[in-house]
Design a protein around this ligand. Structure first.
Ligand code: PMP
Length: 284
């Protein structure tokens, strides 16, 4: 079936879905985005994703050109037009189209919204495997807390991981602490059964899945610490997993040349994945 997207006010077939060559998202990565999963009409943490979209827009002085109510109607329309039951919706808002100029002062711009839908195989709701990861120096800009489309360091890192047969690249800051994955937040469980993930210190994205998993941990009396942890703690952890909207909770069983938990999926990773997916069944 032909795919339909939404581009700046119009529902279009993919082949006709085009943006202007002077869109600032295209020129400069002057755009923000969100990815929201959905299953049988239920969105996974929709409101939290939209709140973060608004925060990202605000950080870059971009105003959403339509109401949140209209945005939701459009998103539902795109899903319906594509007849997708289980998948992800991609929302991107760029600052708009203007003659190429670094500064946007004095430019009259209309932000451009694009929305597309990707169908996913829902096998992976139940069937999941432990994945491997590599570590790399974090060479991103100083505002990784804003979800911009300017993702060069992330895509280069993910490609290096891919070339090495790994699923994710984990960024390490200049002090040897883990920041996050190229497209995920990273968690460890230590031998005191403490669940640890980096605190929101501006050096990581405030993952929506991270927050939902945090809530699952708190509700189930799992000891949670939000603090920096070192590469050494990562490599010697009892369990390691990553979280993201599209990967949910995914166990990491090998990092660089070190096996984690003898290459087996850890117990806590497994239960948090279950708790997370259960919470998402009714989230919206
Ligand atoms: N960090 C980065 C750099 C990401 O790209 C993502 C995925 N968008 C995440 C963390 C996880 O965020 P979320 O749980 O909201 O998908």
């Amino acid at each position: 079936m032909a795919k339909i997207s939404y581009v700046d006010g119009l529902y279009l077939h993919y082949k006709d879905s085009k943006i202007h060559i002077e869109d600032r998202g295209y020129h400069f990565g002057d755009a923000v985005y969100e990815v929201v999963m959905f299953n049988e009409g239920i969105f996974f943490d929709y409101n939290e994703h939209i709140k973060r979209l608004l925060r990202s827009l605000k950080s870059l002085n971009i105003t959403l050109p339509i109401s949140c109510k209209s945005l939701k109607i459009i998103i539902k329309n795109v899903i319906k037009k594509n007849k997708v039951v289980f998948g992800s919706v991609y929302i991107q808002v760029s600052r708009g189209v203007a003659q190429r100029n670094h500064s946007y002062k004095n430019l009259t711009l209309k932000p451009i919204i694009i929305i597309s839908v990707t169908e996913k195989n829902n096998n992976y709701l139940n069937n999941f495997i432990g994945v491997s990861a590599i570590t790399l120096n974090d060479n991103r800009w100083a505002r990784p807390d804003i979800k911009t489309t300017q993702l060069l360091p992330n895509i280069l890192a993910k490609t290096i991981a891919d070339e090495k047969g790994a699923y994710e690249a984990i960024f390490i800051d200049q002090y040897d602490y883990i920041t996050e994955g190229s497209s995920s937040n990273i968690w460890i469980v230590n031998y005191d059964n403490e669940l640890i993930t980096r605190n929101l210190d501006g050096q990581i994205l405030s993952g929506i899945t991270r927050n939902a998993v945090k809530n699952c941990a708190v509700q189930n009396n799992i000891k949670l610490l939000e603090r920096k942890f070192s590469k050494d703690e990562l490599l010697t952890a009892k369990e390691v997993f990553l979280t993201s909207a599209t990967s949910f909770v995914t166990p990491i069983v090998k990092i660089d040349n070190s096996s984690i938990n003898n290459g087996l999926i850890g117990e806590l990773s497994c239960s948090l994945r279950e708790l997370y997916l259960k919470a998402m069944k009714t989230s919206n």
